[in-house]
Design a protein around this ligand. Structure first.
Ligand code: TMO
Length: 312
C-alpha cells in the first residue's frame, strides 16, 4: 500500500506544472468597446471563465489603446481583434513585447463602406457595388449636412482615424463626397432604419459578422487591399479593406497566472453565425448586453462547453 501511494505520488509530481497549477483568484480583466457583438462577447467569455471558477472584471476601453493596456497588464485579453481596424495596433504592441496572439476565430471579417441591399435592388446608383459607380450619383447620397456632396457615414473616429477621408481623396472622389463620423454604432443603425423608411440611399460603414448579415447589406467593391496600400503603411490609401481575420490577444502572463482560463480562451472560436447572433440580441431584440450574453450562453452550451473541457 505504501508503495502504491508513493508511486501515485511520483506520478503526480511528474505532471507538467500547467496541469497542476490552479488559476489565480485575481480577476481576469476583460475590455468592453463600442459595438454590440464585442460587448456581448465580453460577457459571454466572462461567463465562461466564471463557470470555471474564475473571477472577472470588465473595463470600458478605447479599441486602439487597449493593446497597450494589455501589454502593460492593466487589461488581460482582447477577444475581437479585427484585422482591418486593429491589426496594426495589435502587432505594434506585440513587437514591443507583452502581448501574445491567442488564436483566431472561425469567422472571417470585412469592415467596409456599403449600402443596404435594397439600394442596389432599386438601382438607385447603377453600377454599384463597383465603387466607380459612385462618381455618377453623389445626389443620391446627399444629406442636409453634406453641402451638396454625397455623404459617407463612417463609424466613430476612434475606430480608424482618417482612413476613409484619405480614401475619398485618394480615389479622386473628394469633390463629390464627404465623410461624416457617427457618434456611435447606434447612429449607423438609426440611419439605416431612417433611409429605409424615407426610401433614400445611404452609404455607411459596416462590418461582418454583424446583425445586418441577416437583413441584406452590400459592401462596396473598392480597389483591392494590398500590404502597404494604406497611407499609415506608406501607400496612397486608394484601396479597400482586407477580407480579414478576427483574432484574440492576451497579456503574456495570462497563461501562467490562469492556465485553465488561458487554455479555454485559446480554444475559443466563434463563427459568423455566433457573432451575428450576439449582436442581434442587442440591436434587433433590444436586450441589455449582460442579458444577451446570459441568453446566448444558456442557448449554446454545445458551442462553449467544449472550450472548457480538458483534453480536446
Ligand atoms: C471594429 N468594427 C467591428 C467596429 O469594425
Amino acid at each position: 500500500m505504501k508503495k502504491l501511494i508513493s508511486i501515485l505520488f511520483a506520478g503526480l509530481l511528474a505532471l507538467p506544472a500547467s496541469v497542476m497549477a490552479e488559476d489565480s483568484s485575481k480577476p481576469i480583466v476583460i475590455p468592453t468597446h463600442n459595438w454590440s457583438s464585442q460587448v456581448v462577447m465580453a460577457y459571454v467569455i466572462g461567463g465562461i471563465f466564471e463557470s470555471m471558477g474564475n473571477n472577472v472584471e470588465y473595463v470600458p476601453a478605447d479599441s486602439q489603446a487597449v493593446y497597450e493596456a494589455i501589454r502593460n497588464g492593466d487589461v488581460t485579453i482582447s477577444h475581437e481583434v479585427w484585422q482591418s481596424s486593429f491589426g496594426k495596433s495589435f502587432y505594434n504592441a506585440m513587437a514591443k513585447g507583452g502581448v501574445i496572439d491567442a488564436g483566431t476565430h472561425a469567422a472571417m471579417t470585412l469592415e467596409e463602406m456599403g449600402v443596404p441591399t435594397w439600394v442596389i435592388e432599386k438601382d438607385l446608383c447603377p453600377g454599384l457595388p463597383n465603387w466607380e459607380a459612385l462618381k455618377n450619383c453623389k445626389e443620391v447620397f446627399a444629406t442636409p449636412d453634406s453641402g451638396g456632396k454625397g455623404r459617407w457615414l463612417e463609424g466613430p473616429q476612434s475606430w480608424h482615424g482618417d482612413l476613409m477621408p484619405v480614401r475619398v481623396e485618394a480615389l479622386g472622389l473628394g469633390d463629390d463626397y464627404v465623410v461624416k463620423f457617427a457618434g456611435g454604432a447606434d447612429a449607423l443603425w438609426a440611419d439605416l432604419a431612417a433611409a429605409k423608411k424615407e426610401g433614400r440611399g445611404t452609404i455607411i460603414f459596416n462590418w461582418t459578422p454583424n446583425f445586418t448579415d441577416a437583413e441584406g447589406f452590400t459592401f462596396i467593391d473598392f480597389p483591392e487591399y494590398t500590404d502597404g496600400c494604406r497611407k499609415a503603411d506608406g501607400g496612397d490609401g486608394s484601396c479597400g479593406s482586407p477580407k480579414g481575420w478576427l483574432k484574440k490577444a492576451a497579456n503574456y502572463k495570462f497563461p501562467k497566472t490562469h492556465p485553465a482560463a488561458y487554455t479555454a480562451f485559446s480554444r475559443m472560436s466563434f463563427t459568423t453565425q455566433d457573432i451575428g447572433q450576439m449582436a442581434a440580441l442587442v440591436d434587433i431584440d433590444k436586450m441589455s448586453h449582460e442579458d444577451a450574453a446570459k441568453s446566448w450562453l444558456a442557448d449554446h452550451e454545445d458551442v462553449w462547453k467544449p472550450f472548457t473541457e480538458a483534453g480536446m
